[in-house]
Design a protein around this ligand. Structure first.
Ligand SMILES: *Cc1c(COP(=O)(O)O)cnc(C)c1O
Length: 331
């Protein structure tokens, strides 16, 4: 089976399993897991922030960040295809009482003037905008990278209007590798970031919340309240540390393979900026079913839209084979 559904389907490599088996562990609810502590310190440093906290999933990471920035009854802005409003089951409203308004972003690409037009101050009737969430890379947009210049413009707008910025950085690694933008350059523009170890990096579990030390104290309480306090979680953190040390630069290979796949399928290869190939077909479910019968699993993200994602488990031969199977179905 050539599984192109998502970069979440990877399994730990032998080297990663060895690192996990050797991990020094302790009770992380007591703050005593040395491997968790080392991972948190490492990731905070990577983004130029004071502190970081390990959480079981990117969804929990995003939701803790949103609640750090937006009080109940106040407002978050994000684009209408953002993971935080499409794939998190209304968590910001359910858990945080957060009101969300969205803008339309073609291809997931941020346009700062679209955001500027939506920010509203507190008033007797109006809901105050407290934060903006930006996804980088943008999943439903097709792995779109938000250019650093645009993000700097957004930071200037946030400073001018007194709102905070959250980055859903599940695939921030892909953005950094694709553009050569150093991680701290992204980090310093955001008040909170949530970054995933379990996508392109290939760890089995885990994400981190990255922010200031003061906010992180509140974040630890929120995580415990959500049931996200874990005990000897160092075995998981060891996988993340191994991924950062050995599987980060490798992401460039996923991007090259996604480009090759787009070429084989004759879809707009210039639109493939990272490891996601998205394109329109008449009937995505039928194409996906037929591809599966031929040993190629793909995602249907809308009735007429399919998504293919390259990752650690996909080699050059897999790309050629998937390209041949899908090419035939599409022609
Ligand atoms: C995968 C993903 C997340 C987090 O997903 P979990 O399955 O909760 O870890 C968050 N944002 C984006 C854009 C994602 O693709």
């Amino acid at each position: 089976m050539i599984d192109l559904r998502s970069d979440t389907v990877t399994t730990p490599t032998d080297g990663m399993r060895q690192a996990m088996s050797r991990a020094e562990v302790g009770d992380d609810v007591y703050g005593e897991d040395p491997t968790i502590n080392a991972l948190e310190e490492e990731v905070a440093g990577l983004f130029g922030h004071e502190a970081a906290m390990f959480v079981p999933s990117g969804t929990m990471g995003n939701q803790i960040c949103l609640r750090l920035l937006v009080p109940p009854g106040e407002e978050l802005l994000c684009d209408s295809d953002a993971h935080v409003v499409t794939y998190e089951l209304g968590a910001a409203a359910a858990h945080g009482g957060i009101s969300t308004r969205t803008w339309l972003a073609a291809g997931g690409r941020l346009v700062v003037d679209d955001v500027r037009a939506m920010i509203r101050p507190a008033g007797y009737h109006t809901v105050a905008t407290r934060a903006v969430a930006v996804e980088n890379t943008h999943n439903r947009g097709g792995g779109t990278v938000q250019p650093i210049g645009t993000l700097r413009e957004l930071r200037a707008l946030a400073d001018e209007t007194g709102i905070d910025l959250h980055c859903d950085g599940a695939r921030i690694w892909n953005a950094s590798v694709a553009t050569g933008t150093p991680l701290p350059d992204y980090g310093r523009l955001f008040d909170t970031l949530s970054v995933c170890l379990s996508k392109g990096l290939g760890a089995p579990v885990g994400s981190l919340v990255v922010t200031s030390a003061a906010r992180l104290d509140r974040a630890r309480d929120m995580r415990k309240r959500l049931g996200g306090g874990m005990r000897q979680a160092g075995v998981l953190a060891a996988a993340g540390r191994y991924a950062l040390g050995h599987q980060l630069e490798r992401i460039a290979e996923d991007h090259a393979r996604a480009g090759r796949l787009a070429g084989l399928l004759e879809v707009d290869a210039a639109g493939v900026e990272t490891n996601i190939v998205s394109f329109d077909v008449d009937d995505a479910a039928t194409v996906a079913d037929k591809a599966l019968a031929d040993g190629v699993a793909v995602s249907v993200v809308a009735p007429r839209r399919m998504r293919l994602v390259t990752h650690l488990g996909i080699g050059d031969a897999d790309v050629e084979r998937a390209g041949a199977v899908l090419g035939q179905l599409l022609s």
